[in-house]
Design a protein. Structure first.
Lengths: 394, 445, 537
């Protein structure tokens, strides 16, 4: 075990390299099989599972709580701290604002938010401030996958599949902040707003499943792509089923996996996943050792989880861009927490883990896929769910 | 009492959409005589008002007719919502509209009969309606001859017409009606000063010139077109009247105040209709109390009512035919509920009028509202046993609190009674079997 | 100020001692302008940049299957006139504003004085000719010039004077109605021959749904329009213009009762694919299809019921269940993509368009009776009698009864009870075949788990599905005769009479072996001398 409590790195580099090679081979082959069902992804967000035993020592609270702690640590009384927070960083007594303590609403420094006189925001450079020491999530359950193949005492159990040895260190880091102490169908506030807004201007994310007969159990190929088109809404404001999406030929968002359907549940062999987005929160979503577990519903939709080792700086970047007002987490606390609990893909030079085990909730509704020349390569099957997107009740 | 001794600067001016609207504060007693029935300055009585209220698909048969007649009758459970206004309304039962062999135009003939006194073969032969007759009697001094609105978004809904053609279109948007009454050209009756708008004067004189211009056209058109042109020139006269009204300083009306700016959420779902109806009721009440009109026509919606609860596949009209009669209860439960919603809306209108205080009395007291529907039993398209309700006493012209069971009578008898109350000089109303010459004297003062 | 008003009144009245009145021999009839025609007239006379609020609210009344026929029966209620007057003020204000006056007003007031009668009269006569669809009489010109002068004086602004005069013209019955002037035909006392200007208006409204343009007015003025050659030339000119699309759209919107879209009520909570975009696009899809087929491709009207060609938007495509690859549109632009349904696809012809299916449905369920009735009344000109009173509808089965899963089963009574069957056998079979399309137009093969039976018979020919029904319908001669009759009635705004019926019969016989082409039909109607007549009362 390394000092951060995760297994040795070396086997993972090798495994990663092998899997990378394998996925490239499959990727070159593309989709095959007699039937290809097309889907457009209607919802993605961090998979949360808050339970009574998740934060036995109490939670980290929200912006009011951790900002109060921060200001108290710099010498304010609690009442005075609350006053400063209420005015958005302006201290009425001292007649000056202390944005470095509050980190404002975004990571930009246009107002010259200073630190030690320098125009930087510790949200962007969190290692300029000491580790505040956040509480991490514990407990029995968390969504995710067994990525390292081992069942360790601090691993979780997946509440849906019952699988043991679940590695989800991202959940450990985030799970005791108020905004993440929720469960389906609630979506983390920050992610919900960004996803819903991004949908209307972001090229859609697609997934397709192909095989000989997808109504039965068997081997399949699962392919992810980005589209050239933006998603269409239905009359409820959810995602319209049966719409048509042209596949973006750009390989940077193209990921292919060997998969299996068993009892109407879709899983894949581990591989690399990479998807570009156009929104603040999903500028890029990528995993190594990707696994997924999606239910194939009677109405034609998919829902479940996808996860793997995600470069933790990707996720931290998303949070820092949104800032503490919208992200509602203690940015330096999360930074240090992620560094400490990162458990995958060690850096070759420093040996420090660059990736953290994570899991995301994913839903998709039926759609047509076409190539840029108009050839239909994926068909929708099923009329789609009545409620989709952030309103999904699953 | 001298009105000018009271400070009249108590007027709030606000900007609504760029238009200045004055809102008069209630300075009641100093303007009215002691019982609130006349202007102190002139001694002229506050003018009576009239309105119609239409709802589609009637009530649940056998569930609404009280067992006793006269005053002091008990309200059956189905119309229990009328209890708060029972003493100010009259309920009529047992009446029908006669077809005299003509085709029963479903959801039409019954309402046409009650609104115009006649049932026609073609829907294009719709004649002068009851409210038009009364407007001729009492409505010639106000800015708008009458105002029409409907709560279901369809401007073709309505039963008000003048002449041989020209069903008055109905406002569907509360905001639109608000703008029409209280934005352009609204002159606050309680304003401290009044300056006639010169462009309104120009518009008025232009209309007069236009009207005079083609009088000769009348001589040349065919007979049927003459009636239409006459109708057109009547409309021009109404418009002139409206502009002339805006050019004169209005008589003070202390109970006048502009309503709040409405929001539009028009649709056929029950909550949407509720919101729209509430806003229209407010607008009509304020229009009456501010002297902008004396006659209004408010329809809850089309006789083919699309009133619906969200998620329910069928609207009220479809339900009235498709919902089975519950064997134990003896009626259609969903339809009964919807009918009760309609009665709730009627009560809301009545109470809205009743909430505007004018001295010792209320606006409702000097108004008569005539509420009617298309069928006595919607499921069977029956025009027997029609429910008819009047509300208000029209300034003492009608008595209230009665239930009258007029078995077998034509329902036009109620409309005729109302006309008599307003002093319309006519010995009868209606055609063929729907003709009446005897009013309900029990409810006439 | 009351005295000032009356002075104006007296002055204007005095002027009306002498002016041309129509001769007693003239027969005059009025046809009311529709809101769309009103807007288009303003657009064509004053230009597209003049904004006119739409939604005047008074769509009119449908008479014998057409709004156009109702237009000859209607007058203007006070509320409608009030709206038109407000619009008139709006329009006049724009026409005389600083930007537009440079192009729309042909002169400037001299000496910057508020009153310049010569310039006012110039504008009034020019605008009036187009607005009234004929030259103004000298008395009219004087009257309006008087209005302009006195208003300009009162408001101390020349353009305010023009504004008043123009607003007056815009509420005149000569503008708001098409005033059809004619003379009784000496050889046929039941006919009134319309004068040249009235003919120009009738022709222009038939083909372009708008007010006659300068060339048409000139040909009326010179009398050329009264000659066969002159008339034919104008017909060809109008038919050859892209504006003929306006006329086609207006006619079919009336024929297919598209004004119902204002209140179409398919509940989106039950049909999530019926988005607002679909609701707005459904009507346009059908109209585009009609334009493409009848104008661009000069196709046969009957083929519209079997054609698989149409135009779709991405949302419509999702509702129809077909793929529609698209370049990504930006800025809220709705892209229209030509699309052909595959051969085995059930979407065949106009009856399978979302516009038709959703217009004749209930909010949450289909209505075979309404759909069948629409086919009979709107497309075949066959009248379906209204139901008798005092019918006990509990005979129509409970919608929750597990015995009767499909609408066909529930409507059994319509077919078995002789009182019901007399009328319902006209409507239900067609509608029941269309049951494969739900209230929002989405295709389905089962209802409550039970397969939908699409068989039926029309004109004693049996069919198994919508494709076969469409093929039978296409061959029905009533389809053609209904179109011809309705087009004639639409253009004349009256029902055919006597000699007209003979002409209509001849015309539709001519189409038995000839494709029913739109321009051909319009040409035949417009060349028929009786098209320019009214019936004496």
């Amino acid at each position: 075990m390394t000092e951060n409590g995760c297994p040795r790195n070396r086997p993972w580099i090798r495994l990663f390299a092998v899997l990378l090679a394998v996925s490239i081979v499959i990727g070159a082959a593309g989709n095959s099989g007699a039937e290809t069902r097309g889907y457009v992804i209607s919802l993605v967000h961090t998979a949360t599972y808050s339970d009574t035993d998740t934060c036995p020592l109490g939670g980290n609270g929200g912006p009011v709580e951790f900002r109060t702690r921060r200001l108290v640590a710099t010498g304010y009384s609690e009442t005075a701290a609350l006053e400063v927070i209420a005015t958005g960083g302006f201290d009425p007594q001292e007649d000056q604002s202390d944005p470095t303590a509050l980190f404002g609403s975004s990571a930009t420094t246009e107002d010259g938010q200073g630190w030690n006189g320098y125009p930087v925001n510790p949200g962007n450079l969190p290692n300029l401030v000491p580790d505040p020491g956040i509480r991490i999530a514990e407990g029995r359950f968390a969504h995710g996958f067994n990525l390292d193949g081992q069942i360790d005492p601090d691993d979780f159990e997946d509440p849906v599949s019952g699988a043991q040895g679940i590695d989800n260190h991202m959940w450990r880091v985030l799970g005791c902040f108020d905004v993440y102490r929720i469960r389906r169908p609630v979506v983390p506030y920050n992610e919900s707003i960004v996803w819903d807004t991004a949908l209307d201007s972001m090229p859609a994310w697609l997934v397709s499943v192909s095989g000989d007969d997808l109504s039965r159990d068997g081997k399949v190929t699962v392919t992810f792509d980005r589209s050239l088109n933006i998603i269409l809404r239905d009359a409820y404001g959810g995602v319209l089923s049966g719409a048509t999406y042209v596949i973006d030929p750009d390989p940077r968002s193209h990921s292919v996996f060997a998969g299996t359907i068993q009892d109407r549940v879709l899983t894949i062999e581990p591989g690399n996943f990479s998807m570009q987005g156009e929104s603040q929160f999903y500028a890029i979503l990528r995993f190594a050792q990707t696994q997924l577990r999606l239910a194939m519903n009677a109405d034609g939709s998919l829902h479940g989880i996808i996860g793997g080792y995600q470069p933790w700086r990707d996720y931290y970047h998303f949070l820092a861009i949104r800032g503490e007002n919208d992200g509602q987490v203690d940015l330096p606390g999360v930074y240090y927490g992620m560094r400490r609990h990162a458990d995958g893909i060690p850096d070759e030079r420093t040996g420090e883990n660059t990736a953290i085990s994570s899991a995301y909730w994913l839903e998709a509704v039926p759609a047509f896929h076409t190539t840029t020349s108009g050839e239909v390569v994926g068909h929708p099957v099923g009329s789609g769910p009545r409620f989709s997107g952030t309103a999904s009740p699953r | 009492m001298n009105t000018h001794t009271v400070s009249r600067r108590t007027v709030l001016r606000g900007l609504l959409g760029g238009t200045a609207v004055a809102v008069g504060l209630p300075v009641l007693e100093s303007f009215l005589n002691t019982n609130g029935t006349a202007y102190a300055a002139t001694g002229a009585p506050l003018p009576p008002c009239f309105g119609t209220w239409f709802w589609g698909l009637g009530l649940t048969p056998h569930q609404w007719e009280p067992t006793t007649t006269g005053t002091g009758y008990a309200l059956p459970e189905h119309i229990a919502s009328l209890r708060p206004v029972k003493e100010k309304i009259n309920l009529f039962s047992g009446m029908q509209i006669f077809l005299d062999g003509k085709v029963n135009q479903n959801h039409y003939s019954g309402a046409q009969g009650q609104a115009t006194g006649a049932v026609s073969r073609n829907s294009s032969d719709y004649t002068t309606s009851l409210d038009s007759i009364i407007a001729d009697q009492i409505g010639t001094g106000s800015r708008f001859r009458s105002l029409e609105a409907t709560c279901d978004g369809d401007s073709r809904v309505g039963w008000s017409a003048r002449g041989s053609n020209g069903l008055n279109p109905s406002e569907t948007s509360p905001l639109g009606l608000y703008t029409r009454i209280f934005s352009d050209g609204f002159r606050d009756p309680n304003a401290a000063d009044f300056t006639p708008d010169p462009s309104a004067m120009v518009r008025h004189s232009v209309l007069s010139a236009v009207a005079e211009q083609r009088r000769d056209l009348m001589n040349a058109v065919s007979a049927s077109d003459r009636a239409r042109l006459d109708e057109y020139f009547s409309s021009v006269r109404d418009l002139e009247q409206k502009l002339a009204f805006e050019l004169e300083p209005p008589a003070p009306l202390p109970s006048c105040s502009a309503p709040s700016l409405p929001t539009d959420e028009v649709g056929s779902l029950v909550p949407q209709v509720a919101s729209t109806h509430q806003q229209f009721a407010q607008l009509m009440a304020h229009a009456l109390s501010c002297g902008q009109t004396r006659v209004f026509n408010l329809a809850l919606g089309s006789a083919f009512s699309r009133l619906r609860t969200s998620g329910e596949p069928s609207g009220y009209h479809a339900l009235s035919h498709e919902e089975p009669v519950d064997a134990k209860l003896g009626y259609q439960p969903k339809c009964k509920w919807l009918a009760e919603q309609c009665m709730g809306f009627f009560v809301e209108l009545v109470q809205t009028l009743d909430s505007i205080q004018e001295g010792d009395h209320t606006l409702l007291d000097r108004t008569v509202v005539f509420a009617f529907t298309d069928h006595g039993e919607a499921r069977m398209h029956s025009m027997k046993r029609l429910p008819v309700i009047t509300a208000g006493s029209g300034g003492g012209r009608m008595r209230t609190g009665h239930h009258i069971a007029a078995e077998g009578d034509t329902a036009t008898r109620v409309g005729f009674t109302v006309q008599q109350a307003f002093g319309v000089a006519s010995g009868s109303w209606g055609t063929e079997s729907n003709e009446v010459s005897r009013p309900f004297s029990d409810v006439l003062a | 100020m009351a005295s000032k008003v009356s002075v104006v009144l007296i002055v204007t009245l005095l002027f009306f001692g002498v002016f041309d009145s129509p001769s007693q021999a003239d027969e005059i009839s009025l046809v009311r302008l529709t809101p769309a025609q009103h807007q288009r007239a303003i657009r064509d006379i004053f230009g597209k940049s003049i904004k006119v609020d739409d939604n005047l609210g008074d769509i009119g009344v449908r008479e014998d299957g057409l709004l156009a026929l109702g237009a000859r029966k209607l007058s203007l209620s006070a509320a409608s006139l009030e709206r038109y007057e407000a619009l008139a003020q709006q329009i006049a204000a724009q026409v005389t504003d600083a930007t537009h006056r440079r192009t729309l007003i042909p002169c400037r007031p001299s000496d910057n004085a508020p009153v310049d009668r010569a310039c006012a009269t110039r504008f009034i006569t020019r605008a009036g000719r187009f607005l009234f669809r004929r030259p103004l009489t000298s008395a009219e010109a004087n009257a309006y010039s008087d209005i302009a002068d006195s208003a300009a004086q009162r408001l101390d602004d020349f353009y305010a004077g023009l504004r008043a005069a123009l607003a007056g013209m815009l509420v005149s019955p000569e503008f708001l109605f098409r005033v059809e002037v004619g003379e009784q035909d000496s050889s046929r006392p039941d006919r009134i021959q319309l004068d040249a200007y009235s003919r120009a208006a009738r022709l222009s409204y038939l083909l372009w749904d708008s007010t006659p343009d300068a060339e048409l007015l000139s040909s009326a003025q010179s009398g050329l329009l009264l000659t066969e050659d002159g008339l034919h030339r104008q017909i060809e000119r109008l038919l050859g213009s892209p504006r003929v699309e306006d006329g086609l759209r207006a006619f079919f919107s009336d024929l297919l009762a598209f004004e119902g879209f204002a209140t179409v009520s398919v509940d989106p909570s039950l049909y999530p694919k019926f988005t607002k975009n679909v609701q707005d696009s459904a009507r346009e899809q059908t109209l585009r299809t009609l334009v493409e087929h009848l104008l661009t491709n000069d196709g046969d009207y009957r083929d519209l019921f079997t054609t698989r060609d149409t135009f779709l938007t991405p949302s419509l495509a999702a509702l129809y269940g077909v793929p529609l690859p698209r370049a990504q549109e930006l800025g809220g632009v709705v892209p229209w993509v030509p699309y052909r349904f595959p051969d085995n696809d059930p979407h065949v012809g106009l009856l399978t368009h979302v516009s038709f299916l959703s217009l004749h449905s209930h909010p949450g369920t289909t209505s075979p009776t309404l759909r069948g009735k629409a086919v009979r009344e709107n497309l075949l000109c066959q009248r379906v009698p209204p139901p008798p009173g005092d019918i006990d509808f509990s005979l129509v089965q409970d919608t929750n009864d597990p015995e009767f899963k499909t609408v066909r089963q529930r409507l059994t009574r319509h077919r078995t009870n002789p009182t019901c069957a007399a009328c319902h056998r006209l409507t239900d079979p067609i509608g029941l075949t269309l049951e494969v399309f739900d209230a929002s137009g989405v295709y389905r093969t089962t209802e409550n788990g039970e397969p939908i039976d699409t068989s039926g018979s029309l004109r004693r020919q049996d069919y198994t599905d919508i494709t076969e029904l469409a093929a039978i319908l296409k061959e029905d001669p009533a389809l053609t005769s209904c179109l011809v009759n309705r087009a004639f009635s639409y253009g004349t705004a009256r029902l055919p009479a006597d000699a007209d019926w003979e002409w209509l019969t001849t015309t539709r016989s001519a189409f038995t072996d000839t494709p029913v082409r739109w321009r051909d039909l319009m040409r035949r109607i417009a060349r028929n001398p009786d098209f320019y007549t009214n019936i004496a009362e």
